[in-house]
Ligand binder design. Structure first.
Ligand code: ZN
Length: 196
């Protein structure tokens, strides 16, 4: 049984042979029942939620950015700035990924707009498959404990990896991708700021 806040958690092989009562006992060991207001400071709800105990390995710490594929970067920036009133603070070409990126910050989360620089870029292929339109491309999580650690943890949990080791991404981050076939159909990026 996966807890809502525990990031990726898959059924382990030996769990398949346990009874429901044994699984429930395991779950009780792994979680703390806490008032919702302890996890969501603004919640006034009286309900309780299951929180993973601190020793449970959690892969993700927070959302670092949301990656959005766009056919035209300038048009997209114009929308985010002029309609939504946000500010693009950085543009960067990532030659390795054949994209130009633009970053916009909203709260603590960044939006990463991605425009292809070549027809064989994965972003160009994504847009082509999407009938020429852009759209949400990936979700990126911040990993404080290191992307390399998270990758081996994910692999151990049976997640298919796109990158076996971290590589250089945009905005100075070390990144790696998990395959959408293993991540509920959302291309998932793990990020680590080497300067943190
Ligand atoms: Zn990204």
């Amino acid at each position: 049984m996966a807890s809502k806040l525990s990031g990726i958690e898959l059924t382990r092989y030996d769990d398949l042979f346990k009874t429901d009562a044994e699984r429930e006992a395991d779950r009780q060991e792994r979680i703390q029942i806490v008032p919702a207001s302890e996890v969501f400071p603004y919640s006034r709800q009286p309900y309780t939620i299951d929180r993973p105990t601190p020793d449970l390995v959690r892969l993700m710490d927070s959302i670092e950015h949301i990656g959005i594929a766009v056919p035209n970067l300038e048009e997209a920036i114009k929308y985010y700035e002029e309609v939504l009133g946000l500010k693009c603070y950085k543009k960067e070409v990532v030659a390795d990924q054949k994209v130009t990126t633009a970053f916009i910050k909203v709260g603590d989360v960044k939006i990463e707009l991605l425009e292809a620089t070549s027809p064989d870029s994965t972003i160009a292929k994504f847009i082509e498959k999407n009938g020429g339109r852009g759209g949400m491309h990936h979700m990126a999580f911040a990993i404080e404990d290191g992307v390399a650690n998270a990758l081996s943890e994910a692999e151990e949990k049976g997640v298919r990896l796109i990158d076996k080791a971290p590589r250089q991404g945009a905005d100075g981050l070390h990144i790696a991708f998990l395959h959408p076939k293993s991540t509920q159909a959302v291309l998932t990026e793990l990020c680590e700021d080497p300067n943190k």
